[in-house]
Structures are given as structure tokens and as C-alpha cells.
Design a protein around this ligand. Structure first.
Ligand code: NAP
Ligand code: ZN
Ligand code: ZN
Length: 346
């Protein structure tokens, strides 16, 4: 076993603290990755605080991982020592269910999440990227295109694919009026990716102070949703709304901003919110959800971002700043992703 320093949440109510984990020696189809950077996703906070229920403690969060291959098993074909690679939200899957066969491993009936989950043996907990190294099956590793600044790539492994996938799956095209709801880690990637796809992008935000920054990120318009007339003035304006908000908010009000027959897609996962039929029924609108993306689509997203110069805007932190970073994320005070430099843990 490979004794590895990490940071863990000991329980739902305790701050993260130094912790030691064991990584497995790479098997024939595994690679060992030295972790350089790991993004801080709001899902890390939801899970470390057991907001979705069923969390496994102690928990080492982190699923926006970028690093270097330092060891490869005897049968590994895809990777060589020295390759720069990424790992996202899952590290294995059953490979047999319908979702796996269709390359949508994120929906696997028995998948293995990067942390807060169990290895294929069904007993060993998985630990995420708030650590210095990780052993991963070669099929669940992504290639990072050359020349990209790695701290700005890490958030693509979750925030990037989570916004890219619905924009693609729901056929957003050049000239569409797209609204990105919530300008945090996911939201700012949504703005950049939708712009790169040629959409006309509006940010819907409850933080009036983000207006200038939204435009600097490439947004064409900004709507302050705390203004009382915002929903009336902008009714039936959008072809597509991507909802990235992490806290409870009124879905019904936002549905009113869609044109007839159009889609609002939820990627944010707050506590349950009441939904009324009227805004859907009256204009034949659709409300959908989306979960990260499969390995194939994640690679496609990385290549798309390299081609279009799309990168995350990040604040690099050391591992001992992670608890403070969580508090700032909750206050919507991050521009726009915290990324941990794992050199601070070595
Ligand atoms: P984040 O950086 O905290 O961004 C969330 C944004 O939501 C904030 O920046 C803020 O934007 C808005 N917001 C926060 N509290 C609000 C409130 N009370 N009312 C209205 N708006 C509020 O979080 P993230 O990392 O982007 O993650 C967002 C959500 O997506 C989380 O729930 C996370 O678990 C989920 N997620 C889902 C997937 C998936 O596959 N579906 C993947 C990753 C994450 P403004 O300040 O602009 O209003
Ligand atoms: Zn995430
Ligand atoms: Zn499966």
C-alpha cells in the first residue's frame, strides 16, 4: 500500500484536517498519479456536510484532479510515465449496464465515485483529490491537451463537463439566447462554453456586484434577479436556461423566462423545491436535469476547451486554506473556483 497524506472531513460537523490514507499499488490496468491541483466544487461541501445524506466519513473530497502519471501497470496501454492527466467525478463503473455500454458511465447502476463511495471490492472507501496521489484504472483517466495552464484546467473535470454536456445534449447552437443561472464555479464555465458555442449569453445572478465580472467573462447581458421587476421584464426571453444554483430558489419564476417549447436544465442540487405545473403547461416548457458527463464526452470537452481557449478563472490556495474557502463558496464569494495546489501538502 502507498501511504499518502490527505485532508479529510472527520464528520459532517467538523472542519477538514490532515489525515493519512492508503492508496493501492497500481494493478495491471491502473496508473498512479501524482496530484498537482484539485478544484473545490460545491458538491464537496454538500457531501462533506452530509447535505445529501448517506455520506461516508472520514471523507477526503475532491473530484477535479490534474496530475502526472508516475507509475503504470504492466498492461496499461493508454498512458505513459510523465503524461499529464485528469480525473473527474468517478474512477470506475460496472462496464456492463446500459449506461456504461452507451458511454454514459456517470449513470452507471453500480458506479464508483471518486470519493464518498466504495471501490469495486464493495468495502474500501474511495478518497478524492485533496491528497498527493491517486491510483486509478486507466479507462477512467483523461488526457489534458498540451500547453494548458494546469491549475486553470482542474475545474474543467467537473464544472467544465457539467456545463458542456447539457449545452451539447440539448443542442444549443450559435445565435441561441442562453441564460446561465448562478455565476459560481459551474456558472462561469457555462458562460465561457456557451459563448464558445456561439450563443448569446445572459447571466442571471442574485449578486448585483458580479455584473462587471460577468461581462469580463464574456457574457453579453446581466440580469440582477433580486430586482422586483426582473421576471416580468424578461418573460419568455430565452431558448435555454442552465440552472447552476446550489441553494433553494423558485424554479417556477425562472421557467417563466423561457420561450414556448424550450428547456430549463438543472445541474445545481439544492434541497427540494416546490414546483407548480402552470409555467410548464401554459407554454409547453420542459424542465430537465443533467449529471456531469461520460468519459468520452469529458475528453471531447477538454479538447473543445483547448481549441477555443476556454479555461477556468481560479484562486489558487494551499490545503490549509480549504475550510476558509468552503465558507467563501457558501457566501457566493469565489471568483470563480478555488483550486488547491497540492505542493502545499507534500
Ligand atoms: P458555487 O460556486 O457555490 O456556485 C453556485 C452559485 O449559485 C453562486 O455563485 C450563486 O451565484 C448562486 N447562489 C448561491 N446561493 C444562492 C441563493 N441563496 N439564491 C440564489 N442564488 C444563489 O457552486 P458550484 O460548484 O458551481 O455548484 C453549483 C451546484 O451544482 C451545487 O449544488 C453542486 O452540488 C451542483 N453540481 C452538480 C453537478 C451535476 O453533475 N449536476 C456537478 C457539479 C456540481 P450568484 O451569486 O451569481 O447568484
Ligand atoms: Zn463537482
Ligand atoms: Zn454500469
Amino acid at each position: 500500500m502507498l501511504t499518502t497524506p490527505a485532508y479529510a472531513a472527520p464528520s459532517a460537523r467538523a472542519p477538514l484536517a490532515p489525515f493519512t490514507i492508503e492508496r493501492r499499488e497500481p494493478g495491471p490496468h491502473d496508473v498512479l498519479i501524482d496530484i498537482l491541483y484539485c478544484g473545490v466544487c460545491h458538491s464537496d461541501i454538500h457531501q462533506a456536510r452530509d447535505e445529501w445524506g448517506g455520506s461516508i466519513f472520514p471523507m477526503v473530497p475532491g473530484h477535479e484532479i490534474v496530475g502526472t502519471v508516475v507509475k503504470a501497470g504492466a498492461h496499461v496501454k493508454k498512458w505513459q510515465i510523465g503524461d499529464t492527466v485528469g480525473v473527474g467525478c468517478f474512477v470506475d463503473s460496472c462496464r456492463e449496464c446500459e449506461a456504461c455500454q452507451e458511454g454514459e458511465e456517470q449513470f452507471c447502476e453500480d458506479g464508483t465515485a471518486t470519493y464518498n463511495s466504495l471501490e469495486r471490492d464493495g468495502t474500501t472507501p474511495t478518497y478524492g483529490g485533496y491528497s498527493t496521489r491517486i491510483t486509478v484504472n486507466e479507462d477512467f483517466v483523461l488526457r489534458i491537451p498540451k500547453g494548458m495552464p494546469l491549475e486553470r484546467v482542474a475545474p474543467l473535470l467537473c464544472a467544465g463537463i457539467t456545463t458542456y454536456s447539457p449545452l451539447r445534449q440539448f443542442n444549443v447552437k450559435a445565435g441561441d439566447q442562453v441564460a446561465i443561472l448562478g455565476l459560481g464555479g459551474l456558472g462561469h464555465m457555462g458562460v465561457k462554453i456557451a459563448k464558445a458555442m456561439g450563443a448569446i449569453v445572459t447571466v442571471l445572478s442574485h449578486s448585483a456586484g458580479k455584473k462587471e465580472a460577468a461581462c469580463a467573462l464574456g457574457a453579453d447581458h446581466f440580469i440582477d434577479t433580486s430586482q422586483p421587476d426582473a421576471f416580468k421584464v424578461n418573460a419568455k426571453k430565452f431558448d435555454f436556461i442552465l440552472d447552476t444554483v446550489s441553494a433553494q430558489h423558485d424554479y417556477n419564476a425562472y421557467l417563466g423566462l423561457l420561450k414556448r417549447d424550450r428547456n430549463m436544465v438543472l445541474v445545481g442540487i439544492p434541497d427540494p423545491i416546490p414546483l407548480s405545473a402552470a409555467p410548464l403547461v401554459m407554454q409547453r416548457r420542459h424542465l430537465s436535469g443533467s449529471l456531469i458527463g461520460g468519459i468520452r464526452e469529458t475528453q471531447e470537452m477538454l479538447d473543445f476547451c483547448a481549441e477555443h481557449g476556454v479555461l477556468s478563472d481560479v484562486e489558487v490556495i494551499s490545503i490549509d486554506q480549504v475550510n476558509e474557502a468552503y465558507e467563501r463558496v457558501i457566501k457566493s464569494d469565489v471568483r470563480y473556483r478555488f483550486v488547491i495546489d497540492l505542493a502545499s501538502l507534500k
